[in-house]
Design a protein around this ligand. Structure first.
Ligand SMILES: C[S@@+](CC[C@H](N)C(=O)[O-])C[C@H]1O[C@@H](n2cnc3c(N)ncnc32)[C@H](O)[C@@H]1O
Length: 221
């Protein structure tokens, strides 16, 4: 039996939503992201190896599951959430009004290419499934390197490029890059990268691994 493909407009709409969830459909996509990406977001936060007092960020947090985990991981620290989607920011603010009120959570409407954060502020950041929507990685990775403290650690998460390229949504506005190209670009921004693989989130990912690129600055503390 041939596999049924969703109509092209459905695929295009989903692709657009994944790159910037908004409106009623955005709320559905946010829940879908939180459920589907739970294992890889959890693995990324675990890879930060946090002690509980750090200042950390989720850059491109989408549905906000990463913010939930980071807030739990740093009960005496501060979490920054950076997102270009106004609706995802509103959703995060609604879910975390208590932490916002005491500035334990700080939300920023911004993109990775221009982070409204002081240099060296972050002990850790995660950013998963975001760079598919970034045309030029140079300015974005320079920013990720700039905001990381000398002893900090960042975790960039990307799906297996072969698997992602085969997904119908990826034909609409996604840039799929080989992992080696992403690593080389992170290194050009001065980061040292350790590559780890975890089991992909989605059942359709089959045996395709998910890539966590664990970044450190190599700068003296
Ligand atoms: C596929 S969702 C991933 C959300 C979440 N990180 C996860 O893995 O579930 C991509 C998210 O990246 C955000 N995004 C798009 N372009 C971005 C950029 N230039 N900088 C930061 N985030 C961006 C989108 O608004 C969206 O929330």
């Amino acid at each position: 039996m041939p596999r049924l493909q969703p109509p092209a407009f459905v695929v295009r709409t989903l692709a657009r939503q994944l790159g910037g969830p908004s409106g009623r459909l955005g709320a559905v996509v946010a829940r879908m992201l939180n459920k589907g990406n739970r294992p890889t977001i959890t693995a990324a936060v675990d890879a930060l190896d946090l002690g509980g007092r750090e200042t950390v960020a989720d850059i491109g947090f989408g549905g906000g599951y990463g913010l939930d985990l980071l807030l739990k991981a740093v009960p005496d620290g501060v979490v920054h959430g950076v997102e270009p989607s106004a609706d995802m920011l509103t959703r995060a603010a609604r879910n975390h009004h208590e932490e916002l009120a005491v500035a334990r959570l700080q939300l920023h409407e911004a993109a990775m290419q221009s982070l409204p954060l002081a240099s060296g502020l972050l002990d850790g950041w995660i950013s998963l499934n975001t760079i598919y929507f970034v045309d030029d990685l140079g300015p974005a990775f320079d920013e990720l390197a700039r905001v990381l403290a000398p002893t900090g650690r960042g975790v960039l998460g990307v799906a297996d490029p072969a698997w992602l390229a085969a997904q119908p949504v990826a034909r609409h506005g996604f840039t799929v890059r080989p992992v080696a190209e992403v690593v080389a670009r992170l290194e050009r921004s001065g980061l040292t990268v350790e590559q780890r693989q975890v089991t992909g989130s989605r059942p359709t990912a089959g045996a395709a691994p998910y890539h966590l690129l664990v970044c450190t600055t190599g700068r003296p503390a």
